[in-house]
Every structure is written in structure tokens, then in C-alpha cells.
Design a protein around this ligand. Structure first.
Ligand code: HEC
Length: 123
């Protein structure tokens, strides 16, 4: 019986860690997004590109925004995992990109911002 429980726990473990990113708190992410607002707006380009419909689309794919060659060549798709990597250290994840932002050290804060980004639709 104990062995069965152990196997069940072992089987569920990877599932739990794979969904860790999706447990972000979008309301807290909205507050944290104030540090992005210096350069980004959800619905319009500013210093940075607009952020609506970001999650799931290809990097550098807002048609009327002038991206760096580095971002255009990154080949990234903005999955939650790639956003997490990028927001940890933008300069390291996409070397030579134009986003002058040091990164967000705390994993939970990154998850929260990514959850908020997921709520932004262009319509
Ligand atoms: C000081 C200005 C600045 C700040 C602050 C900033 N960004 Fe950016 N961001 C940029 C610029 C400029 C680009 C375009 C980069 C390029 O083309 O290399 C960019 C690009 C991006 C991209 C790629 C967008 C795309 O369309 O492919 C994402 C994602 C992003 N920023 C997220 C964020 C988030 C989330 C925050 C807040 C935690 C943030 N940025 C804060 C300036 C900024």
C-alpha cells in the first residue's frame, strides 16, 4: 500500500513543478507591472512594444514596432517559460537587445507579472 502511495506521489511531482509558473497572482503582477510602465503599455507601443496578446506569440512580432536586430533574431516564442528566463536577466537571455532593464530576481514576482501579462488581450 505504501509503495502505491509513493508511486502516485512520484508520478504527480513533475506535474506540480511544471505548472509552478502558472500559479502567478495576476493582481499582484498588475502592481509589479508599474516598473514596466516606464517603457511599456498594454495596448500601444511606447519606448517598448505593446504587451497585449504577448503570451504565446513570437518575439519581435508587433508589426509597427522597431525591434533590435538581436530581438528579431532571438527565435523565441513568449511562452511563460521563456518570459521567465527573459525577465530574470534580459541582457543574458537575448544578448544585445534594446531593453535597458536589469531583471527581476524573485521567481514569484516574475510568475505574478507573467500571470498579469496573460490577462492582456488586444481584442
Ligand atoms: C527602460 C525601458 C524598459 C523597461 C522598464 C521595460 N522594458 Fe521591456 N522592452 C523595452 C524595449 C526598448 C524593448 C524592445 C527590445 C528590443 O527590440 O531589443 C522591450 C521588449 C520587451 C519584450 C519583448 C516584446 C516583444 O514584442 O517581443 C518583453 C516581453 C518585455 N519587454 C517585457 C517587459 C516587462 C515585463 C517589463 C517590466 C518587468 C519590462 N519589459 C520593462 C524597454 C523596457
Amino acid at each position: 500500500m505504501r509503495l502505491v502511495t509513493l508511486i502516485a506521489v512520484a508520478a504527480l511531482w513533475p506535474l506540480a513543478s511544471a505548472t509552478a509558473l502558472e500559479t502567478g497572482d495576476a493582481a499582484h503582477g498588475k502592481t509589479l507591472y508599474s516598473q514596466c510602465r516606464a517603457c511599456h503599455m498594454p495596448q500601444a507601443n511606447s519606448v517598448g512594444s505593446k504587451h497585449c496578446d504577448l503570451v504565446g506569440r513570437k518575439a519581435a512580432s508587433v508589426a509597427d514596432y522597431n525591434y533590435s536586430p538581436a530581438m528579431q533574431k532571438s527565435g523565441l516564442v513568449w511562452t511563460p517559460e521563456n518570459l521567465d528566463r527573459f525577465l530574470t536577466n534580459p541582457a543574458k537571455t537575448v544578448p544585445g537587445n534594446f531593453m535597458p532593464f536589469a531583471g527581476i530576481a524573485k521567481a514569484q514576482n516574475r510568475s505574478d507579472i507573467i500571470a498579469y501579462l496573460g490577462t492582456l488581450t488586444c481584442r
